[in-house]
Ligand binder design. Sequence first.
Ligand code: NAD
Length: 280
Amino acid sequence: MSDEEAEPAQGRLGGKVAFVTGAAGGLGRDVVRRMAGEGADLVIVDICRPVDTVPYPLSTPEDLSDAVGEVRDLGRRVVARQADVRDRDALREAYDAGLAEFGQIHVVVANAGIAPLLVKDQVQAWHDAIDVNLTGTFHTIETAIPSMVDAEQGGSIVIVSSTAGLVGIGGASNGGLGYAASKHGLVGLMRTYANNLAPHSIRVNSVHPTGVATPMVADPVMAEFVAQDPMLSAGAPNALPVDVIEPLDVSHAILWLASDEARYVTGVTLPVDAGFINRR
Ligand SMILES: NC(=O)c1ccc[n+]([C@@H]2O[C@H](COP(=O)([O-])OP(=O)(O)OC[C@H]3O[C@@H](n4cnc5c(N)ncnc54)[C@H](O)[C@@H]3O)[C@@H](O)[C@H]2O)c1
């Protein structure tokens, strides 16, 4: 899916193209909406089907089509593909389609992630968390690096981790441990890429949200899981008087890191957590 014509770009991301994973729903969808509103053209991917160990609904092909419509309604251009971040070839195809359309990609948001916190625990949930959240992010960034380096125009890579990437929460289940381990692993990935890519003026940072009002936490199964875990529930609230923040609160931070306003910010773990970590 792509557009032929668009108005000259205005806004904080005017003239830039962003590659966003997990873009059809939740936080990723909000990032797409906000970036398009700030003048970016988009290359978006989403799995658009369920994962067996994930108890809440992931996005559908219709959600991806809706995201495309939203970008176009905002006057920007978009290339969209159904792709699983675990599948490096599928990501490559999507990214190359974006390059063919736009010539260059300046911003990467590695957002796709799952919390496979099944009521009935199983070791597959560990593997799925690691494969999607950690290996999927590795695939996303590896896919983008060659063209970003070759273009010699710098860029910004934003990795969506979690508060569970900075402190020991996640619970005792296989999936919860996999979630925490994968989100911590993203910090190592971020810091190493930040050093590797700094000579090319490509910045790499991670954001660490507290609970966000998306399908990942709004689903009744997930709400029940969180309520029963003392590390995550009302026994461990945010410092600021808010239970769950909105996708827009995180999108603002991602947008800033993606923009030239943050041109000398790299290697940073940025909590967007209403004081959750500082309070612990
Ligand atoms: N919601 C929260 O409370 C919260 C808190 C901290 C961090 N995060 C992180 O934010 C990111 C976005 O989560 P969300 O809350 O929007 O969840 P979500 O489930 O609402 O949205 C995730 C999106 O990613 C897609 N996706 C899932 N697996 C994929 C895969 N293998 N390949 C491509 N796309 C895939 C889904 O279809 C969906 O559109 C995740 O990395 C998550 O771990 C969320």
